[in-house]
Design a protein. Structure first.
Length: 305
């Protein structure tokens, strides 16, 4: 549904691109498209689990010197900073993990890019969950990172496009995430599934998000933050009901422990018009089509085991 070979994306041909977090959900799909566009892509991972990208290197971005070496060794025209750590858990043990992998790694990359790669365009995605009323080590670390991004953009001449991205789903996603979790559960059985709460939860298919990343990499001037979402009022129940209907299951098979959809600060849709104005982006996949693609992928994966 997205033409990856359209004229505006041909600018990536032979462009030197760095993707941090290359083995992650966003990173793998982005790298796949960049390679199809004949970009010169280098990706980083923090573990031995390297991405599919041939030019993948292991780098600890929480180490200032390793981050410095990465940006001194090559002049990248575009940097997609996708690495990070995600969890909704409030455990005390996660405070340092969130700080290191979300805040410190981002600050190191920002500082070294300004010092050693000042001509680079940076694209730094965040999550709409950062603006949630739910306070966790993850949300605090990402909020602090966003403040540093704004500081570097507004005061240190860093060329950055910052995105706030809604819940994203699609093939290859970690099966603990919401959409794969529901799909996997009902591929295995028709037992009652309990979800913790039914909150507002805008959602996008992975290809729409990758398209937004690519267009952001080519953008010139953008506001501090651009929201990337469907622009529709959705809740966890809307999404799960769609999944069950597409799988031919009874929607009564999901029980919600807590329903907070009427809380006013959750009942709002982010304005995505700036995405069209500044990066020429709008969603291409509707919820039904994206979920169908995702269900088919996980079904095929389970059947080939």
């Amino acid at each position: 549904m997205i033409d990856w070979y359209r004229k505006e994306l041909q600018s990536y041909k032979n462009t030197s691109v760095l993707v941090t977090g290359g083995s992650g959900f966003f990173g793998n799909r982005l790298i796949s498209i960049l390679e199809d566009l004949n970009a010169d892509v280098v990706s980083t991972t923090r573990s031995h689990t390297l991405s599919k990208n041939k030019q993948s290197i292991q780098v600890d971005l929480t180490d200032l010197e390793e981050s410095k070496s990465l940006l001194q060794s090559h002049q990248y025209e575009i940097i997609f900073h996708l690495s990070g750590w995600v969890s909704s858990n409030k455990n005390f043990e996660h405070v340092r993990t969130a700080y290191n992998n979300n805040l410190l790694s981002t600050l190191n990359l920002l500082e070294n890019s300004v010092r050693y790669s000042p001509g680079s365009k940076m694209v730094i995605p965040g999550s709409e969950l950062e603006d949630s009323h739910i306070i966790t080590p993850y949300s605090v670390s990402k909020n602090a990172s966003s403040m540093y991004v704004d500081l570097f953009k507004n005061h240190y001449n860093a060329n950055i496009t910052s995105l706030k991205i809604c819940l994203t789903y699609g093939p290859t996603q970690n099966q603990e995430s919401l959409v794969p979790h529901i799909i996997k559960s009902f591929l295995q059985s028709d037992d009652l599934l309990t979800l913790n709460l039914n909150r507002e939860c805008d959602a996008l298919y992975i290809d729409d998000v990758v398209n937004a990343l690519l267009l952001s990499g080519l953008s010139k001037h953008t506001p501090n933050t651009i929201h990337i979402g469907s622009g529709q009022h959705l809740t966890v129940k809307n999404i799960s009901d769609n999944i069950l209907n597409l799988m031919g299951k009874n929607t009564a098979l999901i029980k919600y422990i807590e329903d907070i959809t009427n809380i006013s600060d959750l009942n709002n849709v982010k304005d995505i018009n700036p995405a069209l104005e500044y990066i020429n982006w709008a969603p291409s996949w509707n919820l039904s089509s994206g979920l169908t693609e995702t269900i088919n992928w996980f079904t095929q994966k389970m059947n080939t085991r």
